[in-house]
Design a protein around this ligand. Sequence first.
Ligand code: SF4
Ligand code: SF4
Length: 483
Amino acid sequence: MDRRQFLKAIGGGSAVAGSTGLWFFGTEAGRSPDSYTGMKNREGGYQTFDRKKWAVSNPTYDKVGPTSRADGRTDVIFARMGYLRRYDKEKGLDSFPPHVRDYYTKHPEDLELDITVRREIHQKRAEDVKKYRNEFILSKAWSSAMGAVGPRGVNGPPEEWDFPRGGASTPYKMKDPRQTSRLIKKVSHQCGSTLVGIAELNPDWVYKYPMNGGRGFKANEPIEVPEHWKYAIVVGVPMSWDPMYANPPYGTSNDAYSLSRIVAYRLTAFIKSLGYAARPHTPGASYDLMVPPILVDAGIGEQGRHSIVITPELGCNFRPSIVTTNIPMEADKPIDIGVQDFCKTCKICAEQCPSGAISKGEKETIRGYERYALHSSKCSNFWSSKLGNMGCRLCVAVCPYTRKANWLHKAALNVTMHDPTGLSDHALAGMQELLYPGQEPQKYYMPSMGGENASYRPVPWWLKTEDFIDLPDPEEPTTRSSE
Ligand code: SF4
Ligand code: SF4
């Protein structure tokens, strides 16, 4: 072999070895699920918190007396609003059916807020919408996009609708409840959920009467908690960060509502296909039960002063759905990450809430359980007193737990979790207010109510209408759906 042939042979050998190495490592890398685009979320990669370390035997709310169930017809503002169009000033409370009359007799302030103020606000709002609608063209279009896809609703009673093919069936025999929990959690992530937890359903959280009738229940007939609502699977998906910070006018709950609904319906179909019963309870208002305490029971997080559940991964910046089912599973335990102590000190949400709906005081006993009261009529009134997208998520935006996962807030979360004295809470809440100051709450109102259409943080670049659209004359009548 001459020198040239020798070099050729070496070169050829190297090429073969190199290609073999590349082929080997490339194939190995390609086998890893981490190499698949977009797989991390579906593997549950964002549910990173080690809940077992912070598990507690009892939930972080206190049961202090005889309990009663919420009345879905009157205790839920969205259901109460349905009765308002019947109101006649002459007839007063006699305009309403007895249960609504009872509610307003006990809560006269809510009657004032739900009727009188609402009428005034709606007129002012119509004028302001005409004047300022151009500012919100893109954010409203975005909100419509986020809410465009959703599953059909539940339309039958639990003993029929919840079961495969409309009636009791013979389910597959599951080998082991713990394994089934693992499977259900994995499938929930595959369905698009970021967070998932499982609780045994406490019947206290089921409405005594259904919201608005519907979902297979008869209006004004009490709900008998079905035996097959044994477990509650909680799923949660986050809302986009930047529009969330630009609340109240630029965020939208549709962002996570639709995905959360889709996850719940997919999971329901999965469970039914195994022969078990399942029923989704999903946002906006398609529920037969109260959601926050179930999230607490399932170890997803703790209920904050603003009544929303705070999770270690996403703070309160997420929207949940629940699937009630009888597939045998091992339930999770509640967790204690120090939120109760922190909320005692921190009152940022209550101070920033434009409507004064969030309590600055101590917890109260509500239907036998202690928690911070939320004045839902005040909250809902503010929704009509501002422009931009429907609703208000300002309390989510200002809560220190709702931060992008940055080292500062991660460190703060660790400090609050490990400090049993609560001494660090004052310092951390003070720092939050100093570093991320909010607006004067009045500025969040629409101009006709003395406000400035303000948002908590700057508007994301892609929702600034004036940078993308030749603004139409606001006085011009329009039929565009985003207005
Ligand atoms: S949604 Fe807005 S108005 Fe309602 S409680 Fe939260 S901050 Fe207050
Ligand atoms: S803003 Fe503060 S008080 Fe309000 S829920 Fe969040 S941590 Fe608790």
